[in-house]
Design a protein around this ligand. Structure first.
Ligand code: CA
Length: 697
């Protein structure tokens, strides 16, 4: 009896200790505004500013040579990882493909829980337009928020992984999908969507109460049909910049990535998307700026009311969205401090904008740009080069639809006043000679943008790419370091005067921030597409990096992105954690694997069927399996798939949905048996051609 009482007493004491630890770690929202606290990585961009700068400096230019792998965790179910990991009070939250979240105790390295929103089975036809990518979660007061490809925004308990609430943010049966990370601020959580390439979509963002999931406000990016009335004066203003019957095409403007909260002015900044469809001759045939496409849009964070906008690409017609991240800084210019935004979108110009009023302060090209000569500082508008709008039916120009910089996050060193981001010089080819604007109709769940892109593979050396340290005061690069290939991870800057970046070839590198000198390198043996984060635990600094090839170019880049040999599903996805003195070994990992196209000489290829198949491929399959049937690792390379020889087996996959659980959608109701046959002949032709190319070499 006495012993039992003593045990109970001990239990109460232990429980009491747990309770007091829990209350000691109570969420303090001010930490999200405080650049000087480095223990946690609480948000997508670490803090509200999205600077991705951590003041931690135990790992620095002097000590980084002693950086080593401390531990690793395999994530066997993950397909691709592009997300930002969160570190909150000693727990790491990793978001992998299909928005699966894994919580890991950073001390014991134990998986605490895994939350799987079961996207592949819930997405239905939306699976046809999904890559399964998810750029991460948000955290607010004990809850973690993740958005799913099929359009849900879900709150889970950060301690238990149990679902607290779930909201469907899009109309079921519409073409919207979500790859972006939500952002949390002032007790609200906000999310946008993508889909401008996949059917008639009208972009919008929605803010919800973080605790209850109740909708707080919604803001549309482009106007709807005037006959239905406008939601607000901003839409009325925007409608004056559109022509024709744009609402029939949706208009686009989808906010699929950049959302920044600014506590200085209580603004939400949105990086808005491209037109739906891309081709303005179809979307808005009489021209016009088409607000608020390709803009930075400032809203009141409490109400969602319009505050100001700056449009980077008036009348966009190239997929030049402004969805790249928006970084809020206090820029020191001589003895003044300018409250500025920095933005390096697809179109190749680096913008500095006054974040109080949206006034353009500076815009200069950071990469090869041939569509415009400059941004006129009087009007704030780009000076376009004649022919860029494929007025004559086609144009080859820099940059193209993948942009000069994509969603890979940039980071800022406030002492050096330098911005670090990956760039690429990659052209785009646009052709609308065969497209009759009056006849254009987006079918939905197919890639249809009103312009035909090159159907060929992208050669390995088509792009020059690198990491850049950009000086916004002079608007010139302080340094550049070349990268192999073109698709690399985002960056992180630290108080140790270092910049970290993972590359497409699997190398994780630390650079000296001031001059880009390479100080340290680790071979992760798998493509890196996610940005690193840093946190501290019991006074020691750690760096966490998810490894797993992913994102747009990993799906549709062809040889350009496939050159590193990250074959679909072949290389383990992992979280790697580094610390000074780390001596862990990377678990065994296969080397690069390249597709070996198969052929059977007895298979008679019908040229007519193959030609029909090429057209269909360019609007459906290429989205994941690559241009000219050359995959880059995000999905199987079908030239080397046995299924492609067996038409009945192929029908079971394409029409019967046999591989839905792996993310391969069913096209039942959209494609028929003859369509499948044309695809088979197209892939057989591409496989035979690539083999004869190899033989000729
Ligand atoms: Ca786009």
């Amino acid at each position: 009896m006495e012993i039992r009482c003593k045990l109970m007493l001990i239990a109460v004491m232990v429980f009491g200790v747990i309770l007091s630890t829990a209350s000691a770690a109570k969420f303090d929202a001010s930490e999200l505004d405080d650049e000087t606290k480095g223990e946690n990585w609480l948000a997508y961009g670490r803090t509200h500013s999205e600077q991705r700068y951590s003041p931690l400096n135990e790992i620095n230019t002097q000590t980084v040579s002693n950086l080593g792998l401390a531990w690793s965790l395999d994530l066997p179910d993950a397909r691709q990882i592009v997300s930002t990991t969160l570190a909150v009070d000693g727990i790491l939250y990793i978001t992998s493909s299909w928005s699966v979240v894994t919580a890991v105790d950073a001390r014991t390295k134990r998986v605490l829980w895994k939350y799987d929103p079961d996207v592949v089975h819930k997405a239905g036809n939306t699976l046809r337009v999904l890559w399964g990518t998810s750029r991460g979660a948000a955290y607010w007061d004990g809850k973690l928020f993740v958005a799913t490809g099929d359009g849900r925004l879900i709150a889970v308990d950060a301690k238990t992984g149990r679902e607290v609430w779930s909201q469907m943010t899009v109309e079921p049966g519409s073409y919207y999908y979500i790859t972006g990370a939500p952002r949390a601020f002032n007790g609200k959580v906000i999310i946008g969507n993508g889909g401008a390439e996949m059917g008639a979509t009208r972009g919008y963002v929605t803010a919800y109460d973080a605790h209850t999931g109740e909708q707080a406000w919604r803001f549309h990016i482009v106007p709807g049909n005037p006959a239905d009335g406008f939601e607000n004066n901003a839409m009325k203003m925007a409608a004056k910049t559109w022509t024709g019957e744009w609402w029939k095409y949706g208009g686009g403007g989808n906010v699929w990535n950049a959302i920044t909260y600014d506590p200085d002015f209580n603004h939400i900044y949105l990086g808005t998307g491209n037109g739906s469809p891309w081709n303005q001759k179809i979307r808005s045939p009489g021209g016009g700026d088409n607000l608020f496409l390709c803009s930075i849009l400032a809203l009141d964070a409490d109400t969602g009311a319009y505050k100001w906008h700056y449009q980077t690409v008036p009348g966009e017609t190239w997929d030049f969205n402004s969805a790249m991240d928006i970084v809020s800084v206090d820029l020191k210019v001589h003895d003044r401090v300018v409250k500025a935004l920095m933005h390096a979108p697809k179109n190749g110009f680096f913008y500095i904008i006054n974040r109080e009023n949206g006034k353009l302060l500076s815009a200069e090209p950071f990469a090869k740009v041939t569509w415009a000569t400059e941004v006129d500082m009087k009007t704030g508008r780009p000076v376009e080069v004649a022919g860029s709008r494929y007025e004559d039916g086609e144009v080859l120009m820099w940059p193209g639809p993948l942009g000069a910089h994509n969603w890979q996050p940039m980071s800022w060193n406030p002492e050096l006043q330098l911005m670090f981001f990956p760039y690429h010089d990659l052209p785009g080819y646009y052709n609308d000679k065969k497209i009759r604007p009056a006849k254009f109709k987006a079918e939905g769940y197919k890639f249809e943008v009103g312009v035909i892109l090159a159907a060929e593979d992208n050669p390995a050396d088509i792009a020059d790419s690198g990491l850049m340290g950009w000086d916004p005061i002079t608007q010139t690069p302080a340094w550049k370091s070349p990268n192999p290939g073109m698709w690399h991870g985002g960056t992180m800057a630290t108080g140790g005067n270092l910049v970290f970046q993972g590359r497409g070839d699997g190398k994780f590198i630390a650079y000296q921030a001031k001059d880009g000198k390479k100080l340290w390198e680790f071979d992760a043996k798998h493509g890196i597409s996610a940005p690193p984060i840093t946190y501290s635990l019991d006074g020691k600094q750690f760096i966490a990096l998810p490894v797993g090839w992913g994102g747009g170019a990993a799906m549709l880049g062809g040889t350009m992105a496939g050159q590193h040999g990250w074959a679909y599903g072949a290389h383990p996805r992992r979280l790697l954690v580094f610390a000074l003195g780390g001596e862990a070994e990377l678990p065994e990992t296969p080397g690069p694997i390249f597709a070996k196209p198969l052929d059977d000489a007895s298979f008679e290829i019908d040229a007519g069927l193959a030609e029909q198949g090429e057209d269909l491929w360019g609007r459906t399959c290429f989205w994941c399996h690559g241009p000219a049937a050359v995959a880059s690792g995000g999905a199987p390379d079908l030239r080397s798939s046995g299924v492609m020889f067996d038409i009945e087996a192929l029908k079971k996959v394409v029409l019967g949905g046999q591989r839905i659980s792996r993310g391969m959608p069913s096209y039942d109701g959209q494609l028929d048996e003859n369509d499948v046959l044309t695809l088979q002949h197209y892939v057989r032709l591409k496989a035979r051609n690539s083999l004869s190319k190899v033989a000729a070499n």
